[in-house]
Design a protein around this ligand. Structure first.
Ligand code: FAD
Length: 370
């Protein structure tokens, strides 16, 4: 069996990895660069039980365990580690805190997770790691833009069209993150939106222990932002928490920050801890997470296009849920029983939209938060 996976973010890379392990001939097609988008610029935070009680519970729990297994099996080149996680808020004056490395006005009063329930990976290293293991085990990585699908007269999808070539396949998996919406030109797909986020990475050496923070922060101009702080084992600290309003550009290489976004985020960061000063910034990042209308991933066979599958819309949990999503999609495509029930994520639950390439106006939506 031969499968083309469109998009080498965390979801495409994990799908390529598990398909290759299942003995499938895989071609992973990436337009811009492996992990160039949200999968390279996310926090990489993982939680075992934060999705409990909702449709994501089984997927998240399975994926949390698979992360531990993958790190062990492949000598952990992507900085997987367990963490303690705290919640807090900025206060009006000096306050007490459960952690000792934050500024005087940051009150940390809640323990949200411990080393049994919360962990992290470096998302770019994780995504590139899975893609390269898949390639070492026989998958091909092709640099190019998917611009259409090959269809049989009866509508069956039998490969993809690229700018200067086409690739025949028995099945095609759309895993292009928010750009999966572009496939609605060729097949029936529900809407997928891109929600913009900004992040900064600081060089913090060994000053910050493995303690993740989720904060509520009221800025001087009265806005509430929710910074998430993830110290990494490589001596850096990642902080995100400022959404953006800009629309999704058609080309992933054209993603740009909102004006002033980094200055605003930096002002918040340097208040969280003196360790997050401007001279410590080593990366300014902007990306779009894929969201659907009901906030759940789209994972399954595409109705009315036999041979086509989709896996996207993972919103704030795409790094956490990549392993179990890839594993489940590989099972579905090869006719095996998926380890988690994919019914809540069936693309048929939402109405398809049609987009016309000539009139394509990228849109965005406010998605659910963690
Ligand atoms: C600021 C921020 C912080 C986050 N933090 C976390 C976190 O801590 N934990 C967590 O679990 N999740 C987190 N997320 C969510 C996570 O990043 C996403 O859910 C996940 O990365 C989505 O992965 P993806 O593979 O679906 O999409 P993407 O990473 O967007 O990958 C899609 C790929 O498709 C490629 N592509 C596009 N068009 C084409 C084409 N025509 N042909 C071929 N390839 C194409 C793109 O170049 C891209 O590489 C965060 C997201 C944001 C924005």
């Amino acid at each position: 069996m031969k499968v083309v996976v469109c998009g080498a973010g965390a979801i495409g890379a994990a799908s390529a990895f598990y398909l290759t392990r299942a003995g499938v001939e895989v071609v992973l097609v990436e337009r811009t660069g492996v992990a160039c988008a949200a999968s390279g610029k996310a926090g990489g935070f993982l939680a075992r039980d934060w999705c409990d009680g909702g449709p994501l519970q089984s997927l998240a729990r399975r994926s949390f365990d698979l992360h531990a297994t993958l790190a062990k099996d492949f000598a952990n080149p992507w900085g997987y580690r367990r963490m303690t996680t705290f919640g807090g808020a900025r206060t009006r004056g000096p306050t007490s805190s459960l952690v000792d490395w934050v500024g005087p006005t940051i009150g940390i009063a809640q323990r949200l997770g411990d080393v049994e329930t919360t962990a992290q990976v470096h998302p770019a290293l994780f995504t590139r790691g899975l893609a390269s293991i898949a390639v070492n085990e026989g998958a091909s990585l092709v640099n190019g833009e998917v611009t259409g699908f090959l269809r049989e007269a009866d509508g069956r999808v039998r490969g993809v069209v690229m700018e200067e070539e086409h690739i025949d396949a028995d099945a095609v998996l759309v895993a292009m993150g928010p750009w999966s919406i572009l496939a609605a030109q060729w097949i029936d797909l529900p809407a997928v939106y891109g929600l913009k986020g900004h992040s900064l990475v600081f060089n913090t050496h060994d000053e910050i222990p493995p303690e993740a923070l989720f904060l509520e922060y009221r800025t001087v101009d009265g806005a509430t932002v929710t910074p998430e702080v993830f110290p990494r084992p490589d001596g850096t600290t990642y902080i995100c928490g400022l959404s953006g309003d800009g629309p999704l550009p058609v080309d992933p290489a054209d993603v740009r920050a909102d004006e002033d976004a980094f200055a605003r985020l930096l002002a918040v960061c340097s208040d969280i801890s003196p360790a997050f000063g401007e001279s410590r910034v080593i990366a300014r990042q902007t990306c779009f997470r894929p969201v659907t209308r009901d906030g759940l991933p789209l994972m399954g066979a595409v109705p009315s296009a036999p041979g086509a599958f989709v896996a996207t819309g993972h919103s704030v949990w795409g790094i956490l849920n990549a392993p179990a999503s890839g594993e489940a999609m590989a099972a579905l495509i090869t006719g095996a029983e998926p380890a988690v029930d994919l019914a809540p994520f069936d693309p048929a639950r939402l109405p398809p939209i049609r987009i016309d390439a000539d009139n394509f106006k990228p849109t965005y939506a406010r998605g659910p938060s963690r």
